[in-house]
Write a protein that binds this ligand. Sequence first.
Ligand code: ZN
Length: 309
Amino acid sequence: MLPFKLVYHEDYDLHLGAHVFPSQKFRLIAEALLAEHVAAKEDFLRPEPASDSDILRVHTPDWVHKLKTGTLTRSEEMKLEVPYSPELVEAFWLAAGGSIAAAQAALRDGFGCNLGGGFHHAYPGHGEGFCAIHDVAVAIRRLQHDGTIRKAMVVDTDVHQGNGTSAIFADDDSVFTLSIHQLNNYPAYKPPSNLDLNMEDGVEDEEYLSSLLPAVRRALDTFAPEIVFYVGGADPYYDDQLGGLGLSLQGLKARDKGVFEEARQRRIPVATSLAGGYARKIEDTVRIHVNTVCAAREVACGNVPSSLT
Ligand SMILES: [Zn+2]
């Protein structure tokens, strides 16, 4: 058994077929965690969809109405880059519920892992880049609303800048946003995060980690959040179809583990979500996300092999 919960629902799958977004990855990750005995069935929590009032703390009534009634304009659907369906809307509400559940579990157990979510390109009034609802922002607002936290930090390691996150929290001193991403990649316009670490094309493990980890350390010490939301994109991987960085599988796990250790040393709970991953081989994307859970387990259990530090 794991010392923390994994949040998963079979309806996370968006059933997109041959789309570049491999939405079957959610199921494959859950299956791999069980098959490899990283997790047992009782480690899983099944989330409820977020309530509309949870969603409306972040998103505009107009956008929520369009999603719920299937009345997106053609250009809104094109910007979203995934075909509209009622199941898609259900999946986004579930992912948001999943990030809420993972955050609540993290406050209790130190870690909580949503095996979905990380839809960091969603803005309050529109969706883009496969993201319709910003699950992490919804979870932050819910915890703040409940009074369980005041200050949160988002550490976003997806290869694409977290534009929705930085836009949503632009004028909000209670949320510190940190994004490490490839500079020459989507989104073209990157609203400033509190800290943007812009990586040049092809950056590899060592350069990436030596930029990320000291920055995380400083940000945690200065801002002292009560929870970290870790958006663990698999797409900085060297063989990713939508990314142009050069990280290895080992480098990606060291990234996850490095961030988790810094939080752990300061007794700050961490809620993780998946974000993107478009490796040429889907098993690589699955491996990277499974390794995020393994990294959390190693840190939670205090097992820190020096080769990974
Ligand atoms: Zn991405």
